[in-house]
Design a protein around this ligand. Structure first.
Ligand code: 13P
Length: 279
């Protein structure tokens, strides 16, 4: 199949009111697990990586694997660059043929800085025929290069509408109570807030921190207007469990065991997001 863009996939998701899963990869086994899951479920899918993950999966090695796998898949697959902060990484992703990138401006000193830099990167992404995801409010849990953890700040609906309007971004990540990584307490999602944001913002909304949420959380967020759901940690945990259950397996078999476990975990999420059979 041709390489799809996140914009194309989310346009259909918006029309038919379901969520598309986004899964981060750092190696070939993860890429293969996600594409196998999507093919098994006849579901569209978005795969990609993030700036902080490049220490595990080198950009120049991983990108050709993802792009080639996306082109050869039997279902629509888009390749996206997740949380990126540096201009160099964003431009590298655009030059490599990613259909979309995420500029995370939530660590900039002020809201105005986030608006200004996001708007500049929108112009560059559009000039390259790609889409830009931005974030407003802050989904906590990620750590910067110095180990400082991002704090959660809920998205204000009016601020989100103003941000989308002023930046011209294509997709907007919102903060409604999720966090990246393993939850320390049961998350309580603010669905009324999500609905208010969805009523005011025209671009597709993105939910980060999809690991550890309940089945109902996914149903409610997709029904509330989320069109892309990001998941990473749960894939690592599925692989970890498979490896722990097979302490005597050799490395090559461990790779396969981990891949199969991630494939099953990914397929289960795709079903929950309502994208099964939508390819
Ligand atoms: P989790 O690792 O919590 O699933 O978050 C993934 C994510 O939001 C990537 O951007």
């Amino acid at each position: 199949m041709a390489l799809y863009t996140m914009k194309e996939l989310l346009r259909d998701a918006e029309k038919r009111r379901y969520g598309v899963g986004f899964f981060n990869a750092v190696n070939m086994e993860m890429v293969r697990a996600y594409i196998r899951a999507a093919e098994e479920c006849a579901s569209p899918i978005i795969i990609g990586t993030a700036e902080s993950l490049l220490i595990y999966g080198d950009f120049d090695w991983l990108s050709p694997v993802m792009l080639d796998a996306a082109r050869r898949a039997k279902v629509p697959v888009a390749v996206h660059m997740d949380h990126s902060y540096s201009f160099e990484v964003l431009m590298k992703a655009l030059r490599s043929g990613y259909g979309s990138i995420m500029f995370d401006g939530t660590r900039l000193p002020s809201h105005e800085d986030n608006v200004r830099v996001s708007a500049d990167i929108v112009r560059i992404a559009h000039a390259m025929g790609a889409g830009l995801e931005c974030e407003i409010g802050s989904v906590g849990g990620l750590r910067d290069a110095e180990g400082r953890e991002d704090q959660t700040a809920y998205t204000d609906p009016d601020e989100a509408a103003e941000f989308a309007e002023r930046t011209g971004c294509d997709f907007l990540a919102v903060s409604i109570g999720t966090q990246h990584g393993v939850y320390k307490a049961t998350p309580k999602l603010d669905i009324p807030r999500l609905k208010q944001i969805a009523a005011k913002v025209d671009v597709p909304l993105v939910l980060h921190g999809g690991s550890g949420l309940s089945d109902d959380d996914f149903r409610n967020t997709v029904a509330g207007g989320i069109r892309k759901v990001n998941v990473y940690t749960d894939m690592l945990l599925a692989a970890k469990k498979a490896i722990a259950e097979n302490p005597d397996a050799i490395y090559t078999d461990l790779n396969l065991l981990a891949e199969n476990a991630m494939k099953d975990a990914c397929a289960a999420k795709l079903k929950l997001f309502g994208s099964e059979g939508k390819a």
